[in-house]
Design a protein around this ligand. Structure first.
Ligand code: ASP
Length: 451
């Protein structure tokens, strides 16, 4: 690989490669830009909503193999999927030998990771044949330690070495191998991570992640009808939204490109004319940016509880907060937010992690700080209003609360991070969807220029 060639790494998700027609669309996209030199494919995904992803079919075969049950019929469905694709693409490729090897391996030692990885492996073979690009087995370059943790530096080095002198290649996503030589996958959706690693190693100018949506949306489309697409988002904003449940990209896909200052462009294989969403570094210069909206996105998550504690003169009692938090630590509960008043303190925690130790936590806090009153309120949702522009715009918080007040939504908690990048609001779970809709209206709909 010569470093001075401009390079884009392109990763295509499962629905973008679900059948021959989709693969043809992906190939047209790749061929439309010479810089799209390294391609990272997922396994064929769903063609329609009730369809089964090849990865899930492979997990199933492995499960059957593990219990000594014949999996010929299930495996036949996988053969049919690939053979259908090969036929649709009109290439003279036979995967029969590969199929035999996989069946043999699964019978001999049914490893879940090995089984799942074959979806990407086989799709990589098909796509490299169709494009006429070199095939590079991810097991040769993506390296995990024996516990299954990615060895990023070793991996980057191995990829760089392998790509030297390679003009164009297909490197399957989702898997690699351990230092002991066993195939190992990332967690589900992990082809995103492979793409990010390859982009770093190839010193790419851009990591394009092609999927079936035209980018990140300002709000969840199940809540807000046809929400706007976010044009540009920083890595930090993305993390805030992802933490609150917005998801398009695998969490671990951010680090390898973020550290190398490579932007990610989320694009839609079915609408290549759409610009998608650009994910850029936190210090990206936005001068000249058309001021879209004050906020970048809104996301919310249910399943929180607040522990409300009252005690007269709490504020003058040194170490009060520490003692309370120590009870949580001792019970393995981490807290999300902790707004406090003079004589009150309220701690928001994840209900699922509190559940098994609820009584112990209550008893522990009573013992440690003898509160006048303590109660746990369940059914809390947190919503995050995220935006890098909030910092320089006055009145944002007032507008959030005006939107909620008009809808008669009771605000249970507020927290503005010191970065002024987000405002977190706690509401009752029943109010979450309406709260998101009202905030969306306040900031997105009302900021739109009348047409
Ligand atoms: N095929 C894998 C999955 O279904 C990995 C991926 O698509 O990124 O999770």
């Amino acid at each position: 690989m010569s470093d001075n060639i401009k390079t884009k790494v392109v990763k295509f998700g499962g629905s973008s490669l679900a059948d021959a027609d989709q693969i043809k669309k992906a190939a047209a996209i790749i061929r439309a830009d010479d810089r799209r030199r390294f391609v990272v494919p997922s396994a064929p995904g769903k063609r329609f909503s009730d369809d089964v992803k090849v990865t899930d079919m492979l997990y199933r075969c492995c499960e059957l193999a593990g219990s000594g049950v014949d999996f010929t019929e299930d495996f036949q469905l996988i053969r049919d999927r690939y053979n259908g694709i090969i036929e649709g693409l009109g290439i003279g490729l036979s995967l029969d030998e590969e199929f035999e090897t996989i069946v043999r391996e699964l019978k001999a030692r049914p490893s879940k990771d090995y089984a799942a990885s074959r979806g990407e492996y086989l799709n990589g073979k098909v796509i490299s044949a169709y494009l006429g690009f070199e095939f590079i087995d991810a097991a040769d370059v993506i390296i995990f330690d024996t516990k299954g943790t990615l060895l990023l530096d070793d991996t980057i080095e191995a990829v760089r070495k392998r790509l030297r002198g390679v003009e164009r290649a297909v490197i399957p996503g989702f898997y690699g191998r351990t230092t002991e030589g066993f195939v190992k996958t990332f967690s589900r959706g992990g082809s995103d991570v492979t793409g990010s690693i390859i982009a770093n190693a190839a010193r790419a100018e851009l990591y394009e992640n092609w999927t079936d949506v035209s980018g990140f949306l300002v709000a969840d489309p199940r809540i807000v009808r046809e929400p706007d697409v976010i044009n540009t988002i920083t890595y930090r904003e993305l993390r805030e939204l992802a933490y609150m449940g917005a998801s398009v990209l695998h969490e671990d896909a951010i680090f390898p490109v973020r550290s190398a200052g490579i932007p990610i462009n989320i694009r839609n294989t079915n609408r290549p004319e759409d610009a998608g969403t650009m994910i850029v570094s936190d210090d990206y210069s936005f001068t000249g940016e058309s001021l879209e909206h004050t906020i970048t996105g809104i996301a919310g998550r249910k399943g929180f509880s607040t522990i409300n504690i009252e005690k007269a003169m709490m504020n003058s009692e040194t170490g009060f907060g520490m003692k309370v938090l120590k009870v949580l630590v001792d019970n393995g509960v981490s807290f999300e937010h902790m707004p406090s008043g003079i004589d009150t303190m309220s701690i928001t925690v994840d209900t699922a992690s509190l559940e098994p130790v609820r009584d112990k936590v209550l008893a522990g806090i009573r013992r440690e700080v003898s509160p006048d009153h303590i109660e746990i309120e369940d059914g809390i949702a947190l919503l995050a209003v995220v935006g890098r522009r909030m910092k320089n715009t006055r009145g944002t918080v007032a507008r959030i609360f005006a939107a909620l007040a008009h809808a008669r939504i009771n605000v249970k908690m507020i927290d503005q991070g010191s970065s002024e990048l987000n405002v977190i609001v706690g509401v009752s779970e029943h109010d979450l969807a309406e709260a998101i809709r009202r905030i969306y209206d306040m900031f997105i709909n009302s900021e739109k220029q009348p047409v």
